[in-house]
Design a protein around this ligand. Structure first.
Ligand SMILES: [Zn+2]
Length: 301
């Protein structure tokens, strides 16, 4: 069976091409996956919007209602970075439902990936930093509520610290949150994860892989994980507009392989989400996001 991929055309909320958030990376990612033969009908699964009851497991009920009814206060919209229009609201519900579906597919097949997700700055009270709902936190809490998982590990390698995920989950003993990120990157005020590794500006492939290789066994030793959520943000790349690290394309591929191989070798299901990426060269950006799927497909059975 090919790698199971969760997708929806409305992950793309159709922002202007010069918007600070490169929304066109979503359709371009799908084009890339199709071109590489990864998006056949036996691979693609359609995301459905997460119902409010799921979203409220991770977020304040008032905020969830505001997003669904597109009545988010302007002050919060400014923190998110865009107004919550009907398309943005739908996109947030779909991306979150997509990560829940990808997690279920990962439990069934060993590995699955969402072509969106990794909205790790959304905290309990509200969204922030281009993140409306925290899909990984919602999916974790849905699996726990359903009894589909007992011990969950979040491996967040986006260049930005996973402050929202930590805000929602760091005090939940059932979920271990790990974030490895650029120390001087957004957010200025970090929220402590269960384990944070803060990296200096400009760190390149070799030093990065060394830190990662040293940390993965530490994570495995903590518990028997029922599932790992892997945020494969590509904003660690040297050409990213927002990130301060200096990974190469080869480095990204090595990183993804290192993480997936590590957990799959122990039979632990891996649910991949794409996380951040902010290069102005959107085709190059989409190709970088596609690496997660290319690497993951080597581990699908
Ligand atoms: Zn990021």
């Amino acid at each position: 069976m090919p790698l199971q991929i969760v997708h929806h055309p409305d992950y793309d909320a159709g922002f202007a091409v010069n918007h600070r958030f490169p929304m066109s990376k979503y359709p371009l990612l799908m084009d890339t996956l199709r071109a590489r033969g990864l998006a056949g009908p036996d691979a693609l699964n359609s995301a459905e919007p997460a119902p409010a009851s799921w979203l409220k497991l991770a977020h304040a009920a008032d905020y969830v209602d505001q997003v669904i009814s597109c009545s988010v206060p302007e002050k919060i919209e400014r923190e998110i970075g865009f107004p919550v229009t009907p398309r943005v609201s739908l996109r947030a519900q779909l991306a979150t439902g997509g990560t829940v579906l990808a997690a279920r597919l990962a439990l069934r097949h060993g590995i699955a990936c969402n072509t969106a997700g990794g909205s790790h700055h959304a905290r309990h009270a509200q969204g922030a930093g281009f993140c409306t709902f925290n899909d990984v936190a919602v999916a974790s809490l849905v699996l726990l509520a359903e009894g589909a998982a007992t011990n969950i590990l979040v491996v967040d390698l986006d260049v930005h610290q996973g402050d929202g995920t930590a805000d929602i989950l760091a005090n939940d003993p059932r979920v271990f949150t790990f974030s490895m990120h650029g120390d001087r990157n957004y957010p200025v005020r970090k929220v402590a994860s269960d384990l944070d590794v803060a990296l200096p500006d400009g760190m390149g492939d070799a030093a990065y892989m060394e830190r990662l290789a040293a940390t993965l066994p530490e994570l495995s030793a903590k518990a028997h994980w029922d599932i790992v959520f892997y945020n494969a943000g590509v904003d660690v790349h040297a050409e990213d507009r927002l990130g301060r690290l200096s990974l190469s394309d080869d480095g990204l591929r090595t990183r993804d392989d290192m993480v997936i191989r590590h957990f799959r070798a122990q039979g632990i299901p891996v649910c991949g989400v794409i996380g951040g990426g902010y290069s102005m060269d959107v085709p190059a950006l989409a190709a970088r996001h596609a690496m997660l799927f290319e690497v993951a497909s080597d581990y699908a059975r």
